[in-house]
Design a protein around this ligand. Structure first.
Ligand code: G4P
Length: 529
């Protein structure tokens, strides 16, 4: 097998959007193109996730939230495509942020009527900070929505992007006639009942051709020509390097539900989206075509099989090949581990693989060895950076509700924290445990999982904290730091890694603390590059 060729044919990406913009629908249509699923509705009906179904998933399903960040892989035109699914719900944003450390590019889905929404803003900001190449897909063109130019403006302003449309809609909603594909120079006509059909396209190298009138009518033809003139006047030409550097974002329009504009998106995507890229470790930059294996854990999925309480650690391969039954170094534990049944993911199933390449995701059965952010290598001591922990926004004391099950509770909390479900803080003053989460929903998830997976019961008690900040000082013996520790003792805690955290009870007290102790740095994220 040609190692370089295998890397070059891989595209590992995530689809991000505000809930309901059409991420699931688009994912499903992409899978249909890859022949990975046979029918529409498979993703939605959770068929694909069947193997991952568990009690825990049940509560999320009932709430209609897709929580599991799963991997869906398929082959399209000889490209191996790995889609890392990302939950759109804000309570699970942290999960999504972590998944973004494992993608090489993203597709941003925006609802034509709603425009740029809150969750999209947050997720795109993270991608922008990391210069991740982004393609924007404006969805639901079969519905009335905002004017295309207004939307492009909104995307630029609210998301801070520099866009260039690679397709342009002809009409919208009731009058939606189709899409002019600027990238391929052809027209794709929309017919309302096209549902799952792949449309025929009409090539149009010369947009001035009189043929256009015959096809879409006089007024639509005139409008399209005007619009395209405006597009070429206002927006820069597509620049591959700018896209790859994260400084220009191509835009496509379509209707995922009607499978319209999706093939264009996919064809362009496999053409321009980057193959697995180099990744920065604390020690050095690691190129994807290096022969030695390295990879990192970006997600731990628990309870695939409730009977065994096993977990699956998802590893993104950065360099080299990952082979079954070969010993690899678990850098944090400084110990070699072998994996007899690494899983690869295909659309509807996971299966054991002998060899995986950079860009691929493998799922390793884990009995508690892994934490999010762990690095595995051939032997070199590398630590991949940039698995972020964000300052939680909700805080509650956690109490044991069943004294006979203290051990189970401890173990359960420990493992759930390793999975990154929430963050645990231990108060310096009295050793009480506080759970911090990004969204309130996690408390119920934790309570449910503790009971169903560990047989432990917990209760919560409110703990009014405004923000948790990680404390950093150059000199721990500095008088100012000593005073900070003395005065703020009541508000100090340790996170799971033993790092000092300041729990500010209000925005005011946070500000005062920052002013009073300028040599003490308070950070809102931990381990973010
Ligand atoms: P999400 O994963 O981003 O949360 O969105 P999802 O794909 O679940 O889509 C949200 C809703 O938007 C769904 O409707 C879906 O059918 C609809 N939708 C997606 N793409 C299009 C499109 O191109 N045009 C139109 N008109 N609608 C679209 P729902 O009623 O919530 O679900 P369902 O009952 O249709 O499954």
């Amino acid at each position: 097998m040609d190692f370089e060729k295998e890397i070059a044919r891989r595209r590992t990406f995530g689809i991000i959007s505000h809930p309901d913009a059409g991420k699931t629908t688009l994912t499903e249509k992409l899978l249909l193109f890859g022949g990975a699923i046979q029918e529409a509705g498979a993703v939605k009906n959770n068929k694909i996730k069947k193997s991952a179904t568990s009690d825990f998933m049940e509560i999320e399903r009932q709430r209609g939230i897709s929580v599991a960040t799963s991997v869906l892989a398929f082959i399209y035109k000889d490209k191996k495509i790995n889609i890392l699914d990302t939950p759109g719900h804000k309570d699970f944003a942290e999960d999504t942020f972590r998944t973004l450390t494992a993608v090489d590019s993203v597709i941003v889905v925006i609802d034509v009527a709603k425009g740029v929404e809150e969750q999209t803003e947050k997720l795109v900001e993270v991608c922008r900070m990391r210069n991740i190449p982004m393609i924007v897909f404006i969805n639901k063109l079969d519905r009335e929505g905002k004017d295309a130019f207004d939307l492009l403006d909104e995307v630029e302003q609210k998301l801070g992007l520099s866009v260039t449309p690679l397709s342009f809609p002809i009409g919208m909603g009731f009058d939606f006639k189709g899409i002019y594909n600027i990238y391929e120079k052809n027209i794709n006509l929309f017919s309302g009942n096209s549902k799952q059909n792949i449309e025929e396209t009409i090539a149009f190298t010369d947009i001035e051709s009189l043929e256009l009138e015959n096809i879409i009518g006089e007024s639509a033809a005139a409008e399209l020509r005007d619009n395209l003139e405006l597009v070429s006047g206002v927006y820069p030409e597509f620049d591959m390097n700018a896209y790859l550097n994260g400084t220009q974002q191509p835009v496509f329009f379509g209707s995922a539900l009607n499978n319209f504009g999706v093939r264009e998106l996919l064809d362009c995507f496999i053409d321009i989206a980057p193959a697995p890229r180099a990744k920065m470790a604390e020690e050095r930059l690691v190129e994807s075509d290096e022969k030695d294996f390295s990879g990192f854990v970006f997600k731990i999925h628990a309870n695939m099989d409730p009977k065994h309480r096993d977990r699956l650690a998802f590893i993104k391969i950065v360099s080299g090949t990952f082979e079954r039954n070969k010993p690899y170094l678990h850098v944090r534990h400084d110990k070699k581990l072998k994996f007899s049944s690494p899983n690869a993911f295909f659309a509807e199933k996971k299966e054991i693989v002998d060899i995986s390449f950079p860009g691929d995701i493998v799922g390793l059965h884990d009995t508690g060895n892994f934490k999010i952010g762990d690095t595995l290598t051939n032997g070199e001591k590398l630590n991949y950076r940039g698995i972020p922990s964000f300052s939680p926004e909700h805080f509650r004391y956690i109490n044991n509700a069943d004294p006979m099950k203290a051990k189970q509770l401890g173990k359960g909390i420990d493992q759930l924290m390793d999975e990154g479900v929430a963050q645990l803080f231990t108060l310096e003053m009295n050793g009480r445990k506080v759970i911090g989460t990004v969204g309130a929903l996690q408390y119920e998830v934790i309570q449910y999982r503790l009971e169903h997976e560990y047989g432990a019961k917990c209760t919560y008690e409110n703990f009014p904290v405004y923000k948790a900040c990680w404390v950093e000082v150059d000199d721990p013996n500095h008088e100012e730091f000593k005073e900070f520790k003395r005065v703020k003792q009541k508000f100090l805690a340790q996170d799971k890694r033993g790092q000092l955290v300041f729990l500010a009870d209000s925005a005011f007290s946070l500000q005062m603390t920052q002013q009073k102790y300028p040599s003490v740095t308070l950070r809102f994220t931990s381990e973010l590059t």
